[in-house]
Design a protein around this ligand. Structure first.
Ligand code: SF4
Length: 283
């Protein structure tokens, strides 16, 4: 792995992984380790595959799939995805299927009707970026030019919030409840603003369709996105690149046992981390 390859192409998930836990970043992106999916990851993939098919149908036919058809579709996709899971960590295949079914109904009623049928369901983009602090990049001896790669779930005309905005809607599923502040913490809307063709580059809305898994409940959280969001996102990625370069040169990637996803349930690398750094990762 060359440093240029590691930091020449950045993304939202690379940057957030770095900010959350440097050890995870090391295992995933420096060592290129892959793991069988956890139950949570497999569930996320089943949601993604199902939603992509539903959006694709709306894109090509103008109408979404029915609830019954979508339920059958999710069940058959889950049947495939569950076979790849090797560590259930307290979940069961039946439990995940049950939660998924409860999520489909509100999602079909509250989100899908507003999807813009003229836009493809997932838009991938690449943005050529320049560090806002080239002097600091010079001092760190790294190239201030890099590329951001990303993908947005879907673009919709939403009736929520103030007025009728063009919005990007992300899906999130987690065990914990989320509030409006969590939507504000998301970094990728700053890049959607410049990466997605046809969005109002000055201001658009970013909505999160959130599902709490322990007690299935859905929430729609919204926020507006403007130039300040892009400024912050670029600053965060640029700072992460300099820090990654330093860590790469000295070989020090610090485990962050205080991050909220540090557990045997949510971190696929907990065994490697315990072996290498000691301590005990909580269940
Ligand atoms: S177990 Fe915790 S500290 Fe170790 S790599 Fe995973 S998230 Fe990081």
């Amino acid at each position: 792995m060359r440093l240029d390859d590691l930091i020449g192409l950045m993304s939202n998930s690379r940057t957030e992984t770095w900010e959350r836990c440097q050890a995870v970043f090391f295992y995933r992106y420096v060592q290129g380790m892959t793991k069988p999916p956890s139950a949570s990851l497999a569930r996320g993939r089943a949601y993604d595959r199902t939603s992509n098919e539903v959006y694709q149908e709306k894109f090509s036919q103008g109408e979404p799939l029915s609830l019954d058809y979508t339920r059958d579709l999710f069940a058959s996709i889950w049947d495939e995805e569950k076979d790849g899971v090797d560590n259930w960590q307290g979940d069961t295949p039946e439990g995940v299927l049950d939660t998924g079914m409860k999520v489909l109904d509100p999602w079909l009623n509250r989100v899908v009707p507003y999807v813009d049928p003229t836009r493809p369901p997932q838009v991938k983009f690449e943005i050529d970026c320049a560090s806002p602090n080239p002097d600091r990049d010079d001092a760190a001896d790294i190239d201030p030019l890099f590329v951001i790669r990303g993908a947005a779930d879907l673009v919709a005309h939403v009736p929520w919030g103030v007025g009728r905005f063009v919005a990007v809607v992300d899906h999130k599923a987690s065990g914990k409840p989320w509030g409006p502040a969590d939507a504000l913490r998301e970094m990728q809307p700053g890049f959607y603003r410049v990466g997605l063709p046809g969005l109002n580059a000055e201001l658009f809305q970013f909505h999160v369709f959130r599902t709490a898994l322990k007690e299935p409940k859905t929430t729609i959280l919204g926020r507006t996105v403007g130039p300040q969001d892009t400024k912050l996102a670029l600053a965060r990625v640029s700072m992460a690149r300099r820090q990654i370069a330093n860590a790469f040169r000295v070989g020090d990637f610090i485990p962050n046992r205080k991050n909220v996803l540090c557990s045997r349930r949510w971190c696929a690398f907990w065994a490697e981390c315990e072996r290498e750094h000691g301590g005990r990762v909580p269940e």
